[in-house]
Design a binder for this molecule. Structure first.
Ligand code: PLP
Length: 391
């Protein structure tokens, strides 16, 4: 097949940008020293790590000493949740989170529940946003941590981070946010927002896969997750992934350069696509708040058909997109996020997520908007449910 790929799945991962790729290269072949050594080959690597740390700190208004490199966004989430839970057990064993978190949070919380901790999963409202009052209601004497994602990876909704930051500060509870989808898309200031811990990941912002970072505010009491050598200020053991860390630093620097311009561009693409889809395809539901969402995210349900079959037909045209129910291959469970916003199973199955990046062009979106309506009607014509409804 020789057709061009149209990539609308940037919430799943992104292409490493050429500048990021170039910045990483020297650390595979030339500056390959172990950053813990004292000769200049090692010092070069150390220096590069510290430059990357500074770039990340600058992008969220943190101090360099508050940034710790990890192996993924998932590891950052695990470390934040388990690290706080185990280090603050004397104070209490209760955690509050929401029911639309990424599985890196939800399954970590499930693990803690099996180990004697208590977790409250606050439900979100129909628009996919948690009400801060519902969080406030759940606070107890023994609550040590509130973890609420910055932006949802499926439906793109932005959570009320300002309000939650105020609540946690007033109540002396640590505040963690999984900002993997937000960093590089939304301006974040950890001090203004009273965030104590923040997870991020390189491959969601045109950096390499397999590297992330956790911001830990100075003074926060946290246990190590990975034990071993003295790397990362004795907080996260293991020889540093130097090239990837350099790539993460470069990627964040590039991603935060013109957040507003990028947001405007992506919002335009998104609104154009949503408008056209709603006009041209009947029985369609847009999931998540229409305004309080990531600039490049569209999540839509087409009633009476399966998300997977839409993906296959889009793929045959070279278009990459995602469906809420396709997360774990072989499993036809609808997405926990779509169920959380109140969609019935049969509708949640027909979901399509499009996530745009600044590399996408208007022509690509036009191509999709031309191809999508006939795909949906073709699938509906084959759907017994739909033929019944039409009668
Ligand atoms: C992708 C993602 C993660 C996991 O990050 P990895 O680096 O892939 O482990 C966690 N949370 C959210 C919201 C994500 O989108």
């Amino acid at each position: 097949m020789n057709q061009k790929t149209i990539y609308f799945d940037n919430a799943a991962t992104t292409r490493v940008s050429p500048k990021v790729f170039k910045s990483m290269m020297p650390f595979f072949q030339n500056s390959y020293g172990n950053p813990s050594t004292i000769y200049s080959l090692g010092r070069e690597a150390r220096q590069a790590i510290e430059v990357a740390r500074e770039k990340i700190a600058n992008s969220i208004n943190a101090d360099k000493e508050e940034i710790f490199f990890t192996g993924s966004g998932t590891e950052s989430d695990n470390w934040a949740i388990k690290g706080i839970a185990y280090a603050n057990r004397k104070k209490g064993n209760h955690i509050i989170t929401t029911n639309i978190e990424h599985h890196a949070i939800l399954n970590t919380c499930k693990n803690l529940e099996r180990n004697g901790f208590e977790v409250t999963y606050v439900p979100v409202e129909k628009n996919g946003i948690v009400n801060p009052k519902d969080i406030l209601k759940e606070i107890r004497k023994d609550t040590v941590l509130i973890s609420v994602m910055f932006a949802n990876n499926e439906i793109g909704t932005l959570q009320p981070i300002v309000e939650i930051g105020k609540i946690t500060k007033e109540n002396g509870i640590y505040f963690h946010t999984d900002a993997v989808q937000a960093v590089g898309n939304i301006k974040i200031d950890v001090n203004e927002l009273n965030i104590d811990l923040l997870s991020l990941s390189a491959h969601k912002l045109n950096g390499p896969k397999g590297v992330g970072a956790l911001y830990i505010r100075k003074g926060v009491k946290i246990e190590n997750l990975i034990h071993g050598g003295g790397q990362e200020n004795r907080m996260r053991a293991g020889t540093e992934n130097v090239a990837s860390i350099v790539g993460l630093g470069k990627a964040i620097e590039l991603a935060t350069e013109d957040i507003e311009g990028k947001a405007k561009y992506l919002t335009n693409l998104r609104e154009k696509a949503i408008k056209s889809i709603l006009e041209n395809i009947p029985h369609t539901i847009i999931n998540g708040d229409r305004e309080r969402r990531l600039p490049g995210n569209i999540n839509v349900c087409f009633e009476y058909i399966e998300g997977e079959s839409i993906l296959l037909l889009l793929d045959s045209l070279g278009i990459c997109a995602s469906s809420g129910s396709a997360c774990t291959s072989g499993s036809l469970n609808p997405s926990h996020v779509l169920l959380a916003i109140g969609l019935p199973h049969e509708i949640a199955h027909g979901s399509l997520r499009l996530s745009f990046s600044k590399e996408n062009t208007e022509e690509e979106v036009d191509f999709l908007l031309e191809k999508l309506p006939p795909i949906i009607s073709r699938l509906r014509d084959m759907s017994p449910l739909y033929t019944q409804v039409k009668k």
